[in-house]
Design a protein around this ligand. Sequence first.
Ligand SMILES: [Ca+2]
Ligand SMILES: [Ca+2]
Length: 411
Amino acid sequence: MHPRQTRTAPTSQASRLMKTFTSLAFSAAFIIAACSGTGQPSAAADVSLDTSGAQPAASLADAPFTAQEIARFAEPWAMTFLPGGTRALVTERAGKLKLWRKDGETLDVAGTPPVAFGGQGGLGDVILAPDFAASGTIYLSWAEAGEKDRFGAVVGKAKLVDGAAPRIEGLEVIWKQDPKVPGRGHFSHRLAFSPDGQYLFITSGERQKFDPAQDMGMNLGKIVRLKPDGSVPTDNPFINASEPNGGGVAAQIWSLGHRNLLGIAFDGTGQLWQQEMGPKGGDEVNLVERGANYGYPIVSNGDHYDGRAIPDHPTRPEFSAPKLWWNPSISPAGLDWYGADLYPGWKNSLLMGALSGEGLIRMAIDGDKLHKSDRWDFGARVREVEVNEDGSVWLLTDGKDGKLIKLVPKG
Ligand SMILES: [Ca+2]
Ligand SMILES: [Ca+2]
């Protein structure tokens, strides 16, 4: 057990859950009791899921694009285009930051930090600061080794110095997962700025430790909201140290009850969306709301990979339910909002890669709802989705021979 004080998980109506759960130990006992394998439904478990999680894949032959290979990278994880759209920064998980150029060879960017490469860890996300054009500032995330074989994600900012031998300088770590824990899974560490450029959102996975997602003494299994310099905004939901779940590391937290969040993106109306790799049959896309609790590991539409059941979302309506979920699992990776016109009917959609699902998923946005609009079979694990300035969609496929792919509109 982690030695710090374990505090009760709030929902968006914090007091309601406070009354429901008086301690994390109680919630753990609830899970065990609910999963004792008797097949007896719990008192609240007679509410069934209202839709199937399945989404069959269609052939690329039916897609409104052709997939054009542009370049190859070694275990690419994330990318972002530079202004103008003819160059892009690409992270490789072993620790290299690459500068891809449409009109030249790909360059190494010097000055990157040492990363803990192994398991799911390594160099992670890369995004541009909202003032990149003036400041050259970029943000990176990576897995860092700590003492006693413990690991945690960190986020840093640095200045990209352009030129024939590009480098980053002045790297400053502005955030860390707290605490570092053993194991090399579920770092998450995806990054997004709010459309007004005022707030940096960081996804922080629960490190395959389950209960931290409900523990307000840790920033694991949460979405964190910071100012661009890493300081905590005074209007965060759990800022108040005089409240039971406020202050300390909780002041960083925007939402909780998450598992492994591998994509986060704002849409054209400023709504924040997030996807997370759930347990077996429980991959989710959520609309992220201030202070909301998304329920993991207390509820999920999936079940643990070791076979233990997890009560489904409808049994516990006080937790925010996913807008969409997938069973069988598709293993989501990357998320971007599409607001252009290059592909018919795609305007105002979310685009998401799939690892085990080996493809690209499009979800049309309908107010605060989503539709499973398209799923195309790429026959390859898709790790990252990025929309370029001209409205073209680009993908990174996973693995040692990962490909940068441009979706060229048909006709
Ligand atoms: Ca990206
Ligand atoms: Ca379940």
